[in-house]
Structure formats: structure tokens, C-alpha cells
Design a protein. Structure first.
Length: 228
């Protein structure tokens, strides 16, 4: 559980050097470099289509870079890297909830997959309470509203210990109380030496630096511009 009793994380830096990525035959970004220290939060900004979600997937090891290097500490990360799989929690646009499973079952499977351990009843209730989901623990996900599904997706950050959190539009559909819960959760993780990379259009009341993906868009040649 990511609560006040969670252990501090080892101090490692996440670094991207001259990264480029192509998806669907289109170069999404290029020449992108950044560095994030232990306890740091990096906000990914920029218009839709500039590669915020793609960069998160690249860091998570789900999308390969076509150029550049990504490192966490001394480890070079590539898709399928064991070091990446042991360090990351990722929540993308898709909530990854099976309609027939209850929230408790989703949490149990997630913990088993990520750690090999079982989830206790107390831990399940504690995790669900962070985003006011306790009364939904034994409800199948097919009955959840879109906001409840999003909160259920965010619940994974409360279930296991991983130093690097990757969040794609984490505030979508959250009311003010749950936005504050998210901000407390993020601040607590950073306070223990964790790191967060969050793609968001919304302001979040947690101090961080910004990386605007608009600054790393591919250069269009004169010939390409004529056909654009």
C-alpha cells in the first residue's frame, strides 16, 4: 500500500536522451531529452497529437523508441525490460477493467500479477477508501459510471510499491474531493522519493516541472509542407 507506512525508494534518476518515436508510420516526436530526479514530478504538456501518451507508453516499455536512449539509474530501458517492469505503475486512457469482475477481484489479480502476493481484506478496503470506492468493492465493473471506472483505474497506484508512476490524464472525471485525494496521493509518493510523469491538460496542485511536447515536433520539409 502507498500510505504513510510505505518504504522510501532508492534514489535513481530517469533520463531520456534524444528520443524519437514513430507510430502508424508517422514520426510523433524527435530530439526529446529530459531528466527526472528522485522525488520529482514531470508534467507532459502540449496539444493533442503531440505525443504525450506515446511518451508515457515508451517509458512504460509498451512502445519502442526509434532513436535515443532511456535510462533509469544505470539501467537502459527497452520494451520488455525486466528493470522497467519492476519499477513502473502505468495508467493509460483505457481503464483495463473486465466488466464481469468486481473491484475487489481486479485489485486481487493486479496485486498477484505485480507482486506474486495475495491482497488482504484490510489492504483492499484501505486502497479503495483513497478514492471513495469502498462500497463498490464487491460490485462488477459493468455497473460503474465512467468516473468510477477512472477512479478504479487510479486505485492501482495505492496497491503496490513501484518508484515510477506514469499517469495519463489522471484528473479526468474527478470531482473536487477526489482531485484532492489524487493530489495527496501524488505528494505522498514524491515525499518518499518516488517519481511521477503525468500527461495532463489540467492544473494539479502538486509542484513539478513541465515538458512541452510541442517543442519536439518533427521538422517538415518544403516538399512535405506542399503535400500536408
Amino acid at each position: 500500500m502507498t500510505d504513510a507506512h510505505s518504504p522510501d525508494y532508492d534514489k535513481k534518476a530517469l533520463m531520456g536522451l534524444n528520443l524519437a518515436c514513430t507510430r502508424g508510420g508517422r514520426r510523433v516526436f524527435e530530439g526529446l531529452s529530459f531528466s527526472l530526479e528522485s522525488g520529482g514530478l514531470l508534467y507532459l504538456r502540449g496539444p493533442n497529437g503531440t505525443g504525450k501518451s506515446t511518451l508515457l507508453r515508451l517509458i512504460a516499455g509498451l512502445t519502442p523508441a526509434c532513436a535515443g536512449t532511456l535510462k533509469f539509474g544505470e539501467s537502459v530501458w527497452r520494451p520488455g525490460s525486466a528493470a522497467a517492469e519492476e519499477a513502473v505503475i502505468y495508467a493509460g486512457h483505457e481503464n483495463a477493467l473486465k466488466p464481469v469482475l468486481t473491484l475487489r477481484e481486479h485489485a486481487e489479480y493486479y496485486v498477484k500479477l505485480m507482486t506474486g502476493r495475495s491482497l488482504s481484506d484490510d489492504a483492499a478496503h484501505e486502497a479503495a477508501a483513497v478514492f471513495d470506492l469502498t462500497r463498490l468493492l464487491d460490485q462488477p465493473a459493468r455497473f460503474f459510471s465512467s468516473g468510477q471506472k477512472h477512479r478504479a483505474s487510479l486505485m492501482r497506484f495505492t496497491l503496490v510499491h513501484r518508484p515510477l508512476w506514469l499517469m495519463d490524464e489522471p484528473t479526468v472525471g474527478l470531482d473536487s474531493a477526489n482531485r484532492e485525494a489524487l493530489e495527496r496521493l501524488m505528494a505522498g509518493h514524491l515525499g518518499r522519493g518516488g517519481m511521477i510523469v503525468a500527461a495532463t491538460h489540467d492544473p494539479i496542485a502538486v509542484l513539478g516541472t513541465e515538458l512541452n511536447l510541442k517543442d519536439y515536433q518533427p521538422k517538415i520539409s518544403v516538399d512535405e509542407e506542399m503535400w500536408a
